[in-house]
Structure formats: C-alpha cells, structure tokens
Design a protein around this ligand. Structure first.
Ligand code: ZN
Length: 290
C-alpha cells in the first residue's frame, strides 16, 4: 500500500510516498511558487505512484471544518497569490483519493504522537510548538487532533514582556507583540540587525526568547496538562531549550509537579524534520480506514 504526504510550507513543498509502516519510499522537494505551478508539480508527482490516500500538512491559516463552504482552502494568508486557494479541491479532482487536511504543525504533532505509540511510550497527549519563520502549535489528545471550529492558533497568544525587551514593538502583522511577534526567527533580526543563525550564542536575545518560549510552555501546561511539550522549528536548539527549561522552572515556581523536565520539554524524536511526513502517512492511513 502506498500513502501520500504533502508538507506544504511557505517556502518549500515536500512530497513523499510511503507504506503502512510509515517509511518513506520516495520523496521530492521544490520551492513554493505560485499555487498553479506548485500544486501542479505535486499532482504530477503523485500521479506517478498508485497512492491510496493522501494527507496534507499545510501552512495556514487553513479551513479544516468539514461543513464549511471553504473546507480545504488556504484562507487569510499574507503569502502573495495563496489567499483563498482550494488546495484539497484541486488535488481531489486530479488524484481522486481520500485526502486528510490539517496544519503543518498538527502534522508534526501527529507524527510525534505516532512514534510515541510505536515505541510504547506512555504518551496520551502532547503539544507541538514550532518556532521558526512564524510560530504555530498543535495538540494531540488521546489520538485526536485538538480543535473543532478551526485549528488552534497557539502562536498568537499574549505574554508578559521581558524587562530588557520592553522597547521592542514585536513583528506580528496582526498583534505586534504576541508570541509569534516576539519569538519567531525574524524577531531576532528585528532586534539585533543580525539573522538568528549568526547571532552569538551568549547574546542576551536568547534569554529574551527563552523567557517567551517558557511562557508558552507554561500556558500549554496549565491549559492542557499534556504528557510532553515538543519544540521544533529553525529557532529551536538543545542549547535554547536548556534556557527554556530553566525559565519554565522559575515561572512554574513549584506549582505543577513535572517529574522529568528534560523529557517533558524536548525536541522531536523523528529526525531531519521528518515528523510531519510520518504524521501524514498515519493520518492518510486513518483517512482511508475511516
Ligand atoms: Zn500575532
């Protein structure tokens, strides 16, 4: 059996086919250009394989409500040309297979959840937060993706400001100083004038980011009480997560008992940014057997 996966990012698309063991058999990457060209390439790719179902983990915002007239669309994105694109409709017409549609971060969350089940880890719920060009979050609770009216928007919550960062306006086009506006990769350059990957490791900007990311972890802990909080995305490193755990402990102040913080706040188990592809295979499989 072959299953299809599309990880649709704002800068690149990763298309893959895999089997029911969720192993990648073939994959291809191409830049995200116009919807016509990009979706055309995806369709052409999957037509070469006899896939039985497909799952799409897409940049957003997207419409995931089955009853909505615009179900399967990319909706209010600032990305030029991609607003109100009928992503699922176009692929369904050409490929004619069951399609599951969710956010990129939900795909990653489901991949991490699936791996935890395969390795018999005692994980019933988890939150996945990605801190990259933007900030997004998804949660899996007892095998179900959280959100009925729409997908969660965990990247746009408001936070307490770091005392050394009070002069920074924030970069979210909607809210300025929400989590994304304060902790996404481009916020580093907005503060320092230097791209995140070139900023010195002892720069105080990392303590500022850590303070905000730790608040996100505290909020998710207080609201959902998940088994794990996983951080992915280009901004995240083990070095930064060390600071996040330190700040989490300070903010938590012993209120909630977390027995193994190293494991509670962690990086993905699936290597090489593969969580979303693996999650897609599992979601495509589920869609086929619904
Ligand atoms: Zn925002």
């Amino acid at each position: 059996m072959l299953l299809g996966s599309i990880e649709a990012g704002g800068t690149k698309f990763v298309c893959a086919v895999g089997n029911e063991d969720y192993r990648v058999k073939n994959s291809v990457k191409f830049p995200t250009t116009t919807p016509e060209e990009t979706l055309g390439k995806a369709i052409e790719y999957f037509k070469k394989f006899k896939i039985e179902a497909l799952s799409i983990a897409s940049f957003g915002p997207i419409d995931v409500q089955y009853t909505s007239k615009t179900y399967g669309f990319i909706t209010n994105t600032p990305k030029p040309g991609w607003k109100n694109v009928d992503f699922v409709g176009l692929l369904k017409k050409e490929l004619d297979v069951p399609i599951f549609f969710t956010t990129d971060v939900n795909g990653s969350a489901f991949g991490e959840y699936t791996v935890a089940q395969l390795f018999n880890e005692k994980i019933k719920s988890l939150v996945y937060l990605t801190i990259g060009t933007g900030v997004g979050g998804g949660a899996i609770i007892d095998g179900e993706i959280l959100g009925t009216k729409g997908h969660p928007e965990m990247g746009h919550v408001y936070l307490k400001r770091h005392p050394a960062d009070s002069g920074f306006e924030g970069i979210c086009p909607f809210h300025k100083d929400c989590l994304e506006g304060l902790a996404a990769g481009p916020s580093i350059k907005a503060r320092t004038g230097i791209a995140g990957e070139k900023v010195a490791q002892d720069d105080k900007v990392w303590d500022i980011l850590s303070y905000y990311i730790a608040q996100a972890a505290i909020q998710q802990t207080l609201i959902l009480r998940p088994d794990n909080i996983i951080f992915g995305g280009g901004v995240i490193s083990e070095r930064l997560l060390k600071k996040v755990r330190r700040d989490f402990e300070k903010l938590n102040n012993g209120y909630i008992d977390i027995d193994d913080l190293e494991n509670y706040i962690r990086m993905p188990r699936v290597k090489n940014n593969g969580s979303a592809t693996l999650g897609n295979f599992a979601l495509a499989f589920n869609e086929l057997h619904k």
